[in-house]
Design a binder for this molecule. Structure first.
Ligand code: SF4
Length: 387
């Protein structure tokens, strides 16, 4: 029987998702980090068993695209050899952890990540498929705007806290309590009915009136949020953007050839650990204000059989016309594979042209329908309204 699941599932390696271009096999790097040999191994697997395209996802994972059914098993064997495979699909699904890329050797980030990975594997918690954790324990928070349900952060004085997403304040914890407090919050979420058929999220649960018990409630304000991260030099290495969140296997080879590890981010950027020069190459974004950072586009035609349009060509043409602080998402069909969240403008290709959604996602009602790509390019004021 096929290991592929129904569409709409959050894919993994052991439980891939069927897309228009074959199976999507999601690889979740442990600790949000890939060593150079793992990077080159992934490049080889993407070339051999996929169509050579690798997604960098908003969950800080990599996805090997275009895998055929008979290539899935040998691909899994390859991932196991690279120490990138979980023992089973349920453990893999629970290991949904964002890790700040701004950590240094000897600080607590990587040990917290490893401890949380192990505790989740042992927990047996039946968490919803999109339920996740963030380890955002720098002196400023960088993951506050990214999808996570339970957050391990710091307070303004540098102490650790555990915070339920949707709650303004977190509970102060000692280092040794952080992971158990995070799992206690996850257990409360399930027991208090937050899972709602496997689709619930913490912030929605709290917004609906669920009240944290005294033992999990906190009164500690988290550290300030860091300004948006952009490509450039950081003390931890060189941050580079990945155009449209997708790269060729050859680009992965290029990263591994320089011998530096990669730290994954949820921002369609990767940090080349310890590297002083910004990596350059086809599809990599090195300029901090490159317009390409404002656009998201799925594989689109001709790369995906379900696409009604060439999403990337349109997104590239429109990127310079988008306001600097606005994001454009171009989706080749209503599934919205590339981005599930809101954007200032979402264009959804249909048989009858593009539907346009403002301040929403592919799931929201369009304000305009049946637009042609040529019309949008010739009059991009359509995107931001006023008509
Ligand atoms: S959203 Fe894009 S990649 Fe996903 S199925 Fe539709 S056309 Fe294909």
């Amino acid at each position: 029987m096929s290991a592929a699941t129904v569409k709409g599932w959050c894919p993994g390696a052991l439980r891939p998702m069927q897309s228009g271009d074959g199976l999507v096999v999601r690889v979740r790097p442990f600790g949000g980090r890939l060593e150079a040999p793992q990077i080159s191994g992934l490049a080889e697997l993407a070339e051999r068993f996929g169509n050579g395209l690798v997604d960098v996802t908003s969950r800080a994972n990599l996805q090997i695209r275009g895998v055929q059914e008979d290539g899935h098993r040998p691909l899994l064997d390859g991932l196991a050899r690279l120490a990138l495979l979980d023992p089973d699909a349920d453990i893999e699904a629970r290991r949904n952890i964002l890790v700040t890329p701004f950590w240094s050797r000897g600080d607590e980030t990587q040990s917290l990540a490893a401890e949380l990975e192990e505790a989740l594997a042992d927990s047996g918690l039946a968490l919803p498929t999109k339920f996740g954790f963030a380890i955002d324990d720098g002196r400023s928070r960088v993951l506050a705007g990214d999808s996570a349900d339970i957050r391990i952060e710091r307070d303004r004085a540098g102490g650790l806290l555990v915070r339920a997403d949707g709650a303004r304040l977190g509970r102060s914890v000692e280092r040794g309590q952080a992971v158990s407090a995070a799992l206690a919050l996850a257990s409360w979420f399930l027991i208090s009915g937050g899972a709602k058929g496997g689709r619930g999220r913490m912030a929605a649960h709290i917004a609906s009136g669920a009240v944290l018990p005294q033992s999990l409630r906190g009164e500690t304000e988290p550290a300030p949020v860091m300004a948006a991260v952009r490509p450039g030099h950081y003390p931890e290495g060189a941050m580079v953007g990945v155009a449209f969140g997708q790269m060729l296997h050859a680009t992965l080879h290029q990263f591994s050839a320089c011998g530096h590890a990669l730290r994954m981010t949820p921002w369609r950027m990767v940090l080349s650990e310890g590297k002083r020069e910004i990596p350059s190459g086809a599809g990599l974004i090195s300029e901090p204000y490159d317009p390409a950072l404002r656009v998201i586009a799925c594989s689109g035609a001709p790369r995906c059989r379900e696409a009604h349009a060439d999403t990337r060509a349109l997104a590239a043409a429109l990127a310079p016309r988008m306001p600097a602080d606005a994001r454009l998402h171009v989706s080749g069909c209503g599934k919205g594979c590339a981005h599930s969240g809101n954007s200032a403008v979402t264009l959804i290709a249909t048989r009858a042209g593009f539907d346009l959604v403002r301040d929403g996602s592919t799931r929201d009602a369009p304000v305009l329908r049946g637009l042609s790509g040529a019309d949008i390019v010739s009059d991009p004021s359509i995107l931001v309204g006023g008509n």
